[in-house]
Design a binder for this molecule. Sequence first.
Ligand SMILES: [Cu+2]
Length: 313
Amino acid sequence: MRCNVGTVPVSGKCSVNAGDVVTIEMHQQIGDRDCSVEGIGGAHWGPVQVYMSKVTDSSTDLGAGGWFKIYADTWAKYPTGDGSSDWWGTKDMNYCCGKLSFAIPSNIPSGDYLLRPEALALHAAGAPPPNGAQFYVSCFQLTVSGGSGSVPPTVSFPGAYSDTDPGIYINIYQSLSTYIAPGPTVMPGGATKSPNVLSFGGNCAATSTVIGGGSNPTTAKGTTTTPKTTTPVTTTKTTTGPTTKTTTTPVVTTKTTTTKSTTTPVKTTTTAGGTGGCQSPQYGQCGGIGWTGCTGCSAGTCSVLNPYYSQCV
Ligand SMILES: [Cu+2]
């Protein structure tokens, strides 16, 4: 829950300035940064949230100290369909080259930090604990310069979440009137974004709202520019452990504006899978109600997690 399994600190640190916009990337397969491939595939819908922890040395720290939330891109209701049709943070990530951008708050002290983006996949989260929600986390080792103020109140991992939290133990295949993301509120000076992308070709540029006023550019669109106050962060590459499949690579980018795309998933009554004779990759979706993609598996076997979701495991 802190920094994923099978991970250890590495020697490098990424230097950033307080206030910099950082972009993290998540991809299904190691080494694949193809923007035409879903960043986190297989209907892994849920919120994306980002935490930081002040540490003495980010190249050795294991994250046992306190964490505070700096960013949240969680949920927004789509006019039709059930919760799986709604806007989610992981849809923003999925259809935007696996990228999510957010600012390092300017009102935190300078020094070393661990940065912990967390994608929470809820496609099987309606099953009773300990089955259900899937957390995809990585930790990045930062040194922040130019900060000010003090560290906000913190939580611990484990400890911040309960397996029965309403945003963790939830069936998203029903109409949702609200969604309560797990964990503490975003710190003042942090930011939230309302998710706004439902498919490839959606508008990946959007602005997040700073808690306490103002806004930040959050998502790179097409060409990447380096903002004047930003130091590019290109060194850390964190590979997740054996139970997950994503790789996250931080890079610094910029930019803005919003719109909404409107794709409604086609509903069918298939339970074992769709029409494809093709093969999904390991950890990919291979069946479930509404699934029209590949029903075979190039690695693993197609296993039913719930009526809406079968996965190559
Ligand atoms: Cu999964």
